[in-house]
Write a new protein. Sequence first.
Length: 97
Amino acid sequence: MRRVIVRYKVKPDRVEEHEQLIRAVFEELAKTAPAGIRYGAFKEPDGLRFVHIAFVETAPNPLDALAAFKAFGERIKERCDELPTVVDLGAVGTYGF
């Protein structure tokens, strides 16, 4: 299983657009209900920094097949003040994951 956390900061004038793109991903996930993924997107209190957490149990990653996820990633560099940093997490201990 791959466990990933992604962090980045969005430009203030692009937050609303960015959140719409994220919501579209979750709408498509709700419609398609792919197996093998647990995924969440969160906004930090400053309203500009976002954190995504994904636990992917299958290959290929089910997110990569979603049109909404592709649209989300297409221009992310243009929307960000700080580009996404991807960190693969190694489990030390978990409960309920």
